[in-house]
Ligand binder design. Structure first.
Ligand code: KIV
Length: 285
């Protein structure tokens, strides 16, 4: 019997029962791989901008980009809960806009929940989305859409005061009805305290081992992003080097005439070839 696709209430109910494995995905093949690997939640993150679109940060990612990529991932994801990240300015400008854009993800892309970055100031937006029937995942700590204000990709919650603010924001998001909460780049002690105090699952990324689940970016896990990676990323494979070597081998074989070889070549039926070689003309009429 096919396995039932996980829902936002299933993820909420996992709190205290089992640890949640969350992966990002951005299109059909990455969605298929993440789903086959057994992720509980697949997030089409706005990290899309950096790992797929070649942007320096997430600020240039648009609703059109996110809808296009979420639709592709949705065609692949059959078991995990599919969550779409709401991009910069798709919800910050007002509650009505937030509900309308969140609704587009549900109606047009096949996502079954959305994620928003930010604290208590977005509780009214989250309540309105929930009233419309849209489950919401929160995101606190390093919130990349705020990087211009934060002065870059910097760890958050390092002072007692900042940690207390994170705790209050986490409580506000849980009270507003979020079904789970991403904690990014915060000290492990802060994530542990939030995890113990809120009734929704926390999903850590650079937030230590005590969260209810973990999330990593697809390309980081597989070594598909050349260049620097954050210290909290564990690279489970380096696919960049073998991929580049395979592509270079192809280019060399094309130039040297080794590709295509006989195995990749389709030949004509010998009788047809004889006739073709004799040069018989066929009238079309
Ligand atoms: O955009 C993203 O991929 C994210 C995850 C890192 C949580 O927000």
């Amino acid at each position: 019997m096919p396995q039932k696709q996980l829902t936002a209430p299933d993820i909420l109910a996992a709190k205290g029962q089992r640890r949640l494995a969350v992966l990002t995905a951005y299109d059909y093949p990455t969605g298929l791989l993440a789903d086959e690997a057994g992720a509980d939640v697949i997030l089409v993150g706005d990290s899309l901008g950096m790992v797929c679109l070649g942007l320096p940060d997430t600020l240039g990612v648009t609703m059109a980009d996110m809808l296009h990529h979420t639709k592709a991932a949705a065609r692949a994801v059959k078991k995990a809960l599919l969550v779409a990240d709401m991009p910069f300015l798709s919800y910050q400008t007002g509650i009505e806009t937030a509900v309308a854009n969140a609704g587009r993800f549900i109606q047009e892309s096949g996502a079954r929940a959305v994620k928003v970055e930010g604290g208590a100031e977005f509780a009214p937006h989250i309540r309105a989305m929930l009233s419309a029937g849209i489950p919401v995942m929160g995101h606190l700590g390093l919130t990349p859409q705020q990087m211009a204000r934060l002065g870059g990709f910097k760890a958050q919650g390092k002072t007692a005061r900042a940690a207390q603010k994170l705790l209050e924001d986490a409580r506000a998001l849980a009270e507003a009805g979020c079904f789970s909460l991403v904690l990014e780049a915060v000290p492990a002690e802060v994530a542990a305290r939030i995890t113990a105090e809120v009734e929704i699952p926390t999903i850590g990324i650079g937030a230590g081992p005590d969260c209810d689940g973990q999330v990593l970016v697809f390309h980081d896990i597989l070594g598909l992003c050349p260049g620097l990676r954050p210290s909290f990323v564990k690279r489970y494979a380096d696919l960049w080097t073998p991929a580049r070597e395979a592509l270079s081998a192809y280019c060399a074989e094309v130039r040297g005439g080794a590709f295509p070889a006989e195995a990749q070549t389709r030949r004509m039926d010998p009788e047809e070839l004889k006739e073709f070689t004799r040069g018989r003309e066929y009238g079309d009429a």
